[in-house]
Design a protein around this ligand. Structure first.
Ligand code: XMP
Length: 519
């Protein structure tokens, strides 16, 4: 681990297996301070090389008194660097500093009312009576004389603490989630008041540091290959790499036959025409559709598409000389939802074919500069890089493409129906000014047929579902409240204009418990 290029102020976040580790990193970056995640076992020596202004210890699923619970080294508390412990992170540090932590009968999950006892320092500007988000079964029993309590809830008398002799602060609640309305104040107080940060970090410095890192890593004679999908992530990645490498970047775009209407043309025109980036298009529709024949299980579809993609990609990559590196636009939600988080605790929800596996099979070293970012941060980077609005604000499109929106068997005929329905849907969404207001909108072809009546005759045809969600990070989402009149027009047009469809339904499920895609 080394200090990131160009970052003068860094906060290091020790991840004890929290679901929210990246949200914390994100909150810190939003406050203008660069942040990186580290393993809880990091040594004081390794940390010194990063020269951090402060440390944050995250929450985690374990109990501090369990045998195999993740621990940090005691020496970190002697470094003189300010530390903020959150939930488990507070408990582990307090335990090292001689405080007893035990399981409690009055566990707290969800919203809690909290009273501020010390309205300065860490809790400055937080209203005296406030709401916080709690999620704990253990808590501190009693403090020793070295500590001062800063806040309390009815069942957790020690909801925030300060050490009197060391720069250590702890909160039992979760300031990083939006359900803690004054969480930002807690982070700002820690970063500016306690750590003395100036808050000058911007996305622009992140881009500069990626450019610098890539230039340092890639030799003058070497080329980097970038898998381009036309989506915002790989587009931002390609623009960033182009800035670092110029002609030494080659993009490979696999037309898998599972793309939306006119997508190949748009990608070629944008990257080859506008950006003058070296682009190889692999026309592989037949290979993918042949491989998918007869397959209906969602995970099997993803697997087959993943394998075929690797095969086709490998063939194209073999023709590019001196290419040792492969760049991918993997984002943080892809990493965590594929069960590849730092602590390896997250459940594997879907097999994202762009996470893990690829580099080993292809024999390349991997470059994934967007791996710690959320979608809206990537969009900010895209704007700074001068990408056109049409690309920066494009709704996300999954790697396996329309295959996961064509439920049941994927055939050319069914894909054509789906593509036509999708074009009409997006046309109406744009015409009604809803494209930027919704995070992701698309059509799904269901694997059932329904009875209808057209003219005087009976029909027995396909059902199309409309999915539209509001979300900022795609980890959670709510269904969009599209006006009824717009839904009516969409339904009417699809049924009238697309042969083989006689019914439209609107998906009103949130994530969780549903996911955004249907497969
Ligand atoms: P879910 O359906 O898991 O989707 O709620 C969350 C976001 O990820 C996109 N998605 C994928 N993106 N490869 C990708 O690059 C995939 O395999 C994949 N599956 C889902 C989805 O469109 C949504 O934006």
């Amino acid at each position: 681990m080394s200090a990131p290029a160009g970052q003068s102020e860094t906060i290091v976040i020790l991840d004890f297996g929290s679901q929210y580790a990246q949200l914390i990193a994100r909150r810190v970056r939003d406050s203008g301070v660069y942040s990186v995640l580290a393993h809880p076992d990091v040594t004081a020596g390794e940390l010194r090389r990063l020269n951090p202004k402060g440390l944050i210890f995250t929450g985690g699923p374990a109990s501090v008194y369990e045998q195999d619970a993740p621990k940090c080294r005691d020496e970190l508390l002697d470094m003189g660097i300010p530390i903020l412990g959150i939930c488990y992170g507070m408990q582990i540090a307090c335990r090292i500093l001689g405080v007893d932590v035990r399981s409690t009968t009055s566990r707290e999950f969800g919203r809690a009312s909290m009273k501020i006892l010390q309205p300065n320092g860490l809790l400055k500007n937080v209203p005296k009576d406030t709401t916080v988000w709690m999620s704990h079964g253990d808590q501190i029993q009693a403090l020793n004389d070295d500590f001062e309590p800063l806040a309390a809830t009815p069942t957790c008398p020690i909801a925030a603490v300060r050490h009197k002799k060391r720069p250590f602060y702890g909160v039992q609640f979760h300031p990083e989630v939006t359900h803690t309305p004054h969480g930002n104040e807690v982070f700002d107080n820690f970063l500016y008041e306690i750590c003395g940060c100036s808050g000058l970090w911007k996305m622009g410095s992140f881009i500069e540091s990626v450019v610098q890192d890539v230039q340092d890593k890639v030799g003058d004679e070497e080329r980097v290959i970038c898998g381009l999908s036309g989506g915002v992530d790989s587009s931002v990645l390609a623009a960033m790499l182009h800035k670092a490498l110029g002609e030494r970047l080659t993009c490979i775009f696999v037309d898998n036959g599972l793309l939306r209407m006119n997508e190949v043309g748009l990608v070629e025109q944008t990257f080859r025409g506008h950006f003058k980036i070296g682009l190889v298009t692999v026309h592989a529709e037949k290979d993918f559709l042949d491989a998918l024949r007869g397959i209906t299980d969602p995970q099997d579809k993803r697997r087959v598409i993943g394998h075929t993609f690797i095969e086709k990609f490998k063939e194209a990559a073999a023709g590019i000389p001196n290419a040792h590196y492969l760049a991918q636009g993997t984002l943080y939600p892809d990493v965590i939802e594929s069960g590849h988080s730092l602590a390896g605790q997250a459940a594997n929800i879907k097999l994202h074919h762009n996470v893990g596996g690829l580099p080993a099979e292809l024999g390349f070293e991997l470059i994934e500069p967007l791996r710690d970012l959320f979608k809206d941060e990537v969009r900010r980077a895209g704007e700074l890089l001068g990408l056109p609005e049409k690309i920066v604000w494009r709704h996300p499109f999954p790697g396996p493409g329309l295959a996961v929106r064509c439920l049941g068997e994927v055939t050319r005929a069914r894909l054509d129906i789906l593509r036509q329905a999708d074009v009409i849907l997006m046309d109406e969404i744009a015409a009604n000014n809803l494209y930027r207001k919704t995070a992701q909108t698309f059509a799904v072809l269901l694997p059932i047929r329904s009875v209808g009546v057209m003219g005087d005759g009976r029909t027995y045809e396909n059902v199309v579902a409309i999915r539209s969600v509001d979300s900022s990070d795609f980890m959670t989402a709510d269904w969009s409240r599209i006006p009824y009149d717009v839904l009516a027009k969409i339904s009417n047009r699809i049924i009238n204009e697309v042969r083989g469809v006689n019914r439209i339904v609107y998906d009103i499920s949130s994530k969780p418990p549903a996911t955004i895609e249907w497969e």
